[in-house]
Design a protein around this ligand. Sequence first.
Ligand SMILES: Cc1ncc(COP(=O)(O)O)c(C=O)c1O
Length: 371
Amino acid sequence: MLYLDHAATSFPKPAAVTAAVLRWYHELGVSPGRGDSQRTTEVTRLVEQTRQGLGRRLGLPGTRVAFTSGATESLNLFLRGFLRPGDRVLTTAFEHSSVARPLQALQRERQLALQILPSGTGGSLPVAAVQAALATFAPRLFVFTHASNVTGAVFDAAAFCAAARAAGTTTLLDVSQTAGWFDLQVGADAFAGSAHKALLGPPGLGFLAVREGVPVVGQKQGGTGSSRALAEHPAAWPTAFEAGTPNTPAILGLHAALHELDDAGMPTRRARAQAAIDALAAALAADPRVVLLQPPSGPRTPVLSFVRHDLDPAEIGAILDQADIHVRTGHHCAPWVHAWLGTEAGGTVRISPGADVTAADILAVSAALVD
Ligand SMILES: Cc1ncc(COP(=O)(O)O)c(C=O)c1O
């Protein structure tokens, strides 16, 4: 099977990642911070190193990184723990349901005022539009994705965060689509991300990292392996955002993945996947039935969405499936962007390779689509 759906989750995981997960199941078996055995000490050390590895990538100390079940939980935790009744929140047309749905729930529950920045020409998000919205709407929070999971457009998060800081607005950045592909040190106040996409970790794991001084309160109460006598859940980071037995095998898998993904190799990995996307875009553009939904210029993740005049995305997905090629079709859990792309009816066909994609893989996709 040719797997080209890395924007959903990366597959296969590197052997070192599955080995680290299996080591927990076969040899370690304990949770961090629960007891004092040698094994517990080793697992606790590995978990703390993983926090530090993530923190280093985000420009925050490891102590400000909490593990969650995924970016979805991280976004829910931050939005529910930060927003107060009547707050004004700015967001964008490119958000995933994991931002759109909690925001809309909180809009009803806490009477938020919500402004959604529209897509600019061809799926862009110009800094000037962000600056104008910050000035006129004066939001308390600006929550936005670093990259569209439909078009692959990477937004100028550093400029957006600088503009928000100057306007006194807190930023929450969803790095699910860029972690592992792009530098994340863009100065956001808070980051939510997934371990299982380009970071190459196991599913069921994500992170919430928040700069010191941002007033966000934990939403869960439970066991922490510490402070037994306290009736309240500890307020100190990262425990404030973690309760119950953690997904330790997944964290150890991410530990191995972060070793695998040395920062120096990131541009090369990205360039390899991007070259494949460019080759595929060139091949598809030769077909007059194809409309590519790529942003006009600027940085992109290795994601290519397209539609065809003669077939639904689902039908194209079925043709590729017959050729044993796995891609994603539909709306990709992005509720708002399709209105701007003109793809509301059936969504798009989305092709998203990993860094180990080959020229032969791309040829296989174009060959399957020629009739
Ligand atoms: C932009 C974006 N945000 C959030 C998520 C949710 O991530 P997770 O599966 O880790 O909850 C995804 C993944 O589908 C995504 O693409």
